[in-house]
Design a protein around this ligand. Sequence first.
Ligand code: SF4
Ligand code: SF4
Length: 440
Amino acid sequence: MNELSEKPVNVKNIQQILDANDGARMRTWLSICARCGLCADSCFFYLAKNKDPRVSPAYKVNATIGEMYRRKGNVDREFLKKCYDIVWGQCTTCKRCSSFCPFGIDIATMISTARTVCWSQGVVPEGLAKSSDNYRDSGNQMGMATEDFVDTCNWMAEETEEELRGISIPVDKAGARYMYTVNAREPMFYPQDIAMAAKIFTVAEEDWTMPSTGWDCTNLAMFAGDRALAGQIVRNMYNKAIELGVQKIVITECGHAYRSAMFEGPYLAGYQDGKPPVEIIHSVRLFYEYLRDGRIKIDPGKMIEEPITYQDPCNVSRNGGLWEEGRKIMGYLAKDFRDMSPNRDHNHCCGGGGGFIPMGAEFKKRRMESGRIKAEQIKATGAKIVVTPCHNCFDQVRDLGKEYDLGIKVVSFKELICEAMIIPEKFQPLAGDDAEGGEE
Ligand code: SF4
Ligand code: SF4
């Protein structure tokens, strides 16, 4: 928790947040729950805690936001500290429980409101508070300067010239068909992810650009309960797309970025109709379209022979509706695809969502404990490779692989596609080409 967490509770502020969220939905959800317990087995935290009733979705809601409303916001610091443990450490807002509740009660939205109350009083994990500061200062969660981002794009274009003739990474190209947005971890720690996307766009002969601002499509403020900042983050992206006059915004292989840009962002940014002002497409859909339409062709000799499984990111599959696309891509790439059970929109959260990974070391132990359900799912497939189009899933599954000795490699679709796609002759390097040979 940050330093604000020891100051006196601002009850008026809490009451304002509760009043703003006291619509028909919230009142119905709070009054209709029959305590039937049907949601309990759907929650991986509950399963991993050997079915401790205090970790069931209904209990978590009742003990936090339910209690806040019952007390009309008149809560003390001690109560908020109890909430801290539940709203940040026992729910990833994955929304799996809602699909098992006979009334469709949206536990995740209620927990998110409790998070907003906690955030307003500084009862927020340090890692999330820090990322909010970075967004405010620089427009991205890593605090990266614009010039460093543009330099990274140019550097990656130069690095790949040797492999792919004519490759470029255009920045701020007005009127491009697609504006490609990334997770700030990519330019900061995994710049090769940008290079791989550029290779795919080049081979598909796509008209694309990267924006110099509004390029970080992540929105940890959405998970931190900081709704004003979350709205600003998504507005930065929308406004840049409008300024450039692009047709669509492409979201990198990231789950919550898609949830933010496509579903929650419009409301957060003030679009009352709930529609983003520019069309949004997730990479998993775009890559599938490239393969389906023959714009990217896979070398049959490079198809993956080892058993491979697919981790459905909650915000791509269950909350994004794109559970078939990943499996269709697997059909082009893999000879021995093995689905997890359960899967698709009913797959379990990896245990790293909802801001859990950036919450940092404080939550690592319980992240590993609650991830046991995912580890068991993966182990049961016998897969040696796990593919997932989400950075949080990627990190969590990689950590679980070490923790539970799963003997797996975790990969993105970009990586698999780049390894197996046929490079048309016109993009193959000419004999004698060197690193300085290409021009943008
Ligand atoms: S939203 Fe997910 S993590 Fe939260 S209570 Fe429901 S199933 Fe559990
Ligand atoms: S399934 Fe729905 S009604 Fe039953 S306990 Fe869970 S939230 Fe309440």
